[in-house]
Design a protein around this ligand. Structure first.
Ligand SMILES: NC(=O)c1ccc[n+]([C@@H]2O[C@H](COP(=O)([O-])OP(=O)(O)OC[C@H]3O[C@@H](n4cnc5c(N)ncnc54)[C@H](O)[C@@H]3O)[C@@H](O)[C@H]2O)c1
Length: 320
């Protein structure tokens, strides 16, 4: 794969030409947002708006200003947005099971919260790069998944993401707000939150570190496109400067692996002695996923640079 990028996994070392700007990262105390903030904080004024619900203050990079509170606190949002040039909107209720439990709360944070960010950004004429998700496509009819693939969300979370993905274009067309929606595939890397609903890589890494067996759901033939968070940061930086605002882009590597292959690779890079076991399949699990990278490559000039084995080995070294 030819990328033009150095395959760094530390987001502080990513080359970019965004400097002297005032940048707001919503959700900047969370996994992806804190890495975006870290990439920009040396050359820009970086502010973070986060209610610390799943985010943590220790993830806020040194030099960034924390506005602790809810996206829907109008006064706080206005203060955080004052004179901002660029917004990376990452805040959200990200747990699919939580959205199934509380669909109205999921809608409040993910949809009403995003419209509040768009409206505040309109006041200061800031560009908004927002976190959409591969979840909007549901179970894919064809792979790789390109931007024109039909959408069929299967959870309140995915429905919220589809709504804001559309709103981003509607705000662009109606109000000239510069928006770029990035539909992340499965993101992994340092600082990913733990807990019951953590991504499968975080779960497998923790099991491997304890020399416990890695628990593969079903036969492990399901495929996913895992993208390292440093590559997701690069996609955000490309979206911050692209001429193609008012567009949505699928953000993955273009490669897919089976969950069984993933488990075997993690056993190998970690040296775990626990092996792999198969447990009951998850109900209604999506059986395959892979990103079509054509549009993001041609229009954003973005291509993932970190192969899975390198990313996993670095992650294991960094966190265990
Ligand atoms: N991690 C992935 O694989 C993945 C895939 C697709 C899309 N996404 C999207 O990327 C974004 C970032 O996800 P993440 O993995 O970093 O999750 P995360 O939970 O680490 O980050 C979300 C942040 O938003 C904050 N937040 C939640 N509700 C808030 C509110 N009402 N007001 C202010 N802050 C609030 C949380 O405290 C947290 O810091 C989310 O929008 C998510 O839906 C993530």
């Amino acid at each position: 794969m030819s990328t033009g990028y150095t395959a760094v996994t530390d987001t502080a070392d990513i080359d970019h030409d965004i400097a002297g700007q005032t940048v707001l990262v919503t959700g900047g105390a969370g996994f992806i947002g804190s890495h975006i903030a870290r990439a920009l904080v040396d050359d820009n004024e970086v502010r973070i708006l986060d209610d610390l619900s799943t985010g943590e203050e220790r993830k806020v990079p040194t030099g960034a200003g924390l506005y602790a509170g809810d996206l829907l606190d109008t006064e706080l949002l206005k203060e955080a947005m004052d004179e901002v040039d660029l917004v990376f909107h990452q805040a959200g209720l990200v747990s699919v099971p939580a959205s199934v439990e509380q669909p109205a709360e999921s809608n409040r944070i993910n949809v009403a919260g995003t419209l509040a960010v768009f409206d505040a950004a309109r006041e200061v004429d800031a560009r908004v790069v927002l976190a959409s998700s591969v979840a909007i496509f549901g179970s894919p009819e064809t792979i790789p998944i390109d931007e024109t693939h039909p959408t069929e969300p299967t959870s309140p979370y995915a429905t919220d993401k589809l709504a804001i993905d559309h709103y981003a274009r509607v705000y662009n067309r109606l109000y000239d707000l510069e928006t770029v929606a990035l539909r992340y595939f499965n993101v992994y890397g340092p600082g990913q939150s733990g807990g019951d609903y953590a991504g499968v890589i975080k779960t497998f890494m923790d099991q491997a570190a304890a020399n416990d067996p890695l628990t593969v759901e079903g036969d492990g033939s399901q495929t996913r496109d895992f993208i390292h968070v440093a590559d997701v940061v690069r996609a955000n930086l490309a979206a911050a400067t692209t001429d193609h605002s008012g567009e949505a882009f699928n953000i993955g590597t273009g490669e897919s692996v089976t969950i069984r292959e993933l488990a075997d690779t993690i056993v190998e890079v970690s040296g775990s002695t626990g092996g792999v076991v198969h447990i009951d399949p998850r109900p209604a699990d999506i059986d395959r996923s892979q990103c079509d990278t054509t549009k993001s490559r041609e229009q954003l000039g973005f291509e993932a640079s970190i192969d899975l084995e390198t990313g996993l080995a670095d992650l294991f070294d960094a966190e265990h």
